[in-house]
Design a protein around this ligand. Structure first.
Ligand SMILES: [Zn+2]
Length: 143
């Protein structure tokens, strides 16, 4: 079971941070598993004007290829420095905290719902893939 993304499908849009008005980047892409559509992710990368680098990632899991999104669920996490850890750490959070939830997202999970959900290992695998391969997120967090 291997995850992949198509670099040609990668999207990036600049926006303004709601807390400090510094520029931030939103990227998104499909993630394939063994070549078949598996997930969609959205990653918001903030630097807060040099005051701290963090990325908030929402991952939509479910079945793809039709108009029916009823089995979709969305997990969220924050990746960034935490107390006692200068290296970026990932923490599950309420999904779509930026208010971006739409029909494609299906059910947006709270942190507690995410941690108890059977697909959480799939979620972390997609997050790992994004952290390693997204051409905006990776340099943002790992310099
Ligand atoms: Zn900010």
């Amino acid at each position: 079971m291997s995850l992949s993304t198509n670099a040609d499908e990668h999207q990036v849009r600049e926006f303004t941070c709601g807390c400090c008005a510094a520029p931030a980047q939103r990227t998104w892409n499909f993630v394939l598993r063994d070549g078949s559509p598996h997930a969609v992710y959205f990653a918001n990368s903030y630097n807060h004007g040099g005051q701290g680098h963090e990325t908030w990632i929402d991952v939509i899991l479910g079945s793809w290829g039709g108009e029916n999104h009823s089995d979709h669920v969305t997990f969220g996490c924050r990746v960034g420095a935490v107390e006692d850890s200068p290296a970026p750490a990932a923490t599950a959070v309420q999904a779509c905290l930026d208010g971006s939830a739409g029909p494609l997202h299906g059910r947006t999970l709270s942190r507690e719902e995410a941690l108890a959900h059977p697909w959480i290992t799939d979620f972390w695998a997609v997050v790992d893939h994004v952290l390693e391969h997204d051409p905006v997120v990776h340099p943002h967090l790992y310099g």
